[in-house]
Structures are given as C-alpha cells and as structure tokens.
Design a protein around this ligand. Structure first.
Ligand code: TYD
Length: 217
C-alpha cells in the first residue's frame, strides 16, 4: 500500500505537540489490529532501536544545555534513519501495519516551523533520513497549548529538555503542523484532541478503513 515504494505494509504516523493523546490512540489502534489478526508494530521517535534509544537519551537529557539547533536536528535525523532502515522498512516488506509515534513531520514542525532551521534544509535532510519513505497516513492530533498544559498539571508530569522550551515556541510548532496538514491534504488527517478517547479512536479506524477500501477498489 505504501505509495512511494513497493512495500505491501501500511505506514501510519501520529503527530502533534506533547500531551495531545497520541500514545493512547496508538495503543488503542494497535489493539484494534491485533483483534483483527493483523500484523502490527508500534515504534516511537526518537528511539525504537538500540542505537536510536541511546540518541533519544542525549536529546531528552536536560543537562545537555549547550546543544545547537543543527546538532539537535541531526540527532533526530540519525535516530530516524536507523529506525527506518533497521525496523520500519523490513516490517513494511512483511505486510505489517507500522504505527509510528512521530516521524519526520515532527522535525519539520519542531525544528523547522519552530523557527530554528531553514525549511529547505529540513525537507532535504528529512528525505535522506527517511530513506525516501513516506507515511501512507498521518494523524495530526491538534490541541491548544492551554489544554496540554492543563493535562500536564493533572498528570504531574515534569518537562524534559524538549518540553522545557518557551510557550511561544510550541505555538509556532502547533501552527506549523496545521500548515503542514494543509500542504498535504491526501496524507494528513487532523483530529480534534478535545474529543473523547473513544470518539477519536473510532474516527481513526474509520479513516484507515476508508483509505484501505479506496486502495482496493
Ligand atoms: P517524547 O517524550 O517522546 O514526547 P511525546 O511523548 O510527546 O512524543 O519526546 C520527544 C520530544 O522530541 C517531543 O518534545 C518532540 C520532540 N521532537 C522534535 O523536536 N523533533 C523530532 O524530529 C522528533 C521526532 C521529536
């Protein structure tokens, strides 16, 4: 099904600012596929392989205060390339549904629209770091910053290095995501993160089934 390649599997990514509920939806979707007896694998970025998880630790470590924007972007990209070649592509060849918690759109939104790195550079490196792989479907769970902060307080969650950035930064990231979704309407599906977990899950399942049916027509 993967549009750019010969892969028979389906590559589905989840995007959004922190605490929009991506992980909950990924877990529910995984269970849905398991019940349907489909082959499914969940991976996350940055991380997902032995090497990528080590890179993740560097990226999220709050004591790494002197990290330059390009260093940060290259680390995300290095983690992505390793995950793509080691895990994602082989699974897509074996007919898996691969559910990825963040992919290169995170770099475009956080490092690009966040204002640190030129979007042309981001797009070029993204293509390289994904080995030209493109998600079949991307769900953007959109939620206001105020709502995510409320969730953080309720959960008593601490900020990691990425999350400790300014509020104005996350506003740019959120609107960057929305811009991205408008640039690729075929791939992106924007979901309202204020909706209940169950409603969001059924919207996600409906969208996937519709896409798969279109493909099989
Ligand atoms: P994580 O704890 O995984 O956040 P979440 O559970 O919300 O996905 O941390 C990943 C952080 O890294 C998150 O703040 C988003 C950021 N990030 C980037 O800035 N660029 C990227 O390319 C990726 C993959 C993540």
């Amino acid at each position: 099904m993967n549009t750019l390649t010969k892969y028979t599997g389906v590559f589905i990514t989840f995007e959004g600012i922190d605490l929009t509920g991506k992980s909950t939806q990924i877990e529910l979707l995984k269970n849905y596929f398991v019940k349907k007896k489909k082959k499914v694998k969940v991976v996350r970025e940055p991380g997902g392989t032995y090497i990528s998880e080590k890179i993740r630790d560097i990226l999220l470590d709050k004591s790494n205060t002197g990290m330059f924007p390009l260093t940060e972007f290259f680390l995300f990209s290095a983690s992505r390339y390793q995950l793509t070649e080691e895990v994602i592509k082989p699974l897509l060849k074996k007919n898996y549904f691969v559910l990825c918690d963040r992919y290169y759109d995170s770099s475009t939104a956080y490092q690009g629209y966040g204002g640190m790195i030129d979007l042309k550079i981001i797009n070029k490196i993204n293509r390289i770091a994904s080995g030209l792989l493109k998600p079949d479907i991307t769900f953007l769970i959109d939620l206001s910053l105020e709502a995510t902060e409320k969730r953080r307080l309720l959960a008593g969650k601490m900020h990691d290095r990425m999350e400790a950035k300014e509020k104005s930064y996350f506003k740019k990231v959120r609107s960057g995501y929305l811009t991205l979704s408008r640039l690729d309407k075929k791939r992106f599906f924007v979901l309202d993160g204020e909706k209940s977990v169950d409603i969001l899950h059924s919207e996600i399942v409906n969208i996937i089934n519709k896409k798969l049916n279109e493909k099989n027509k």
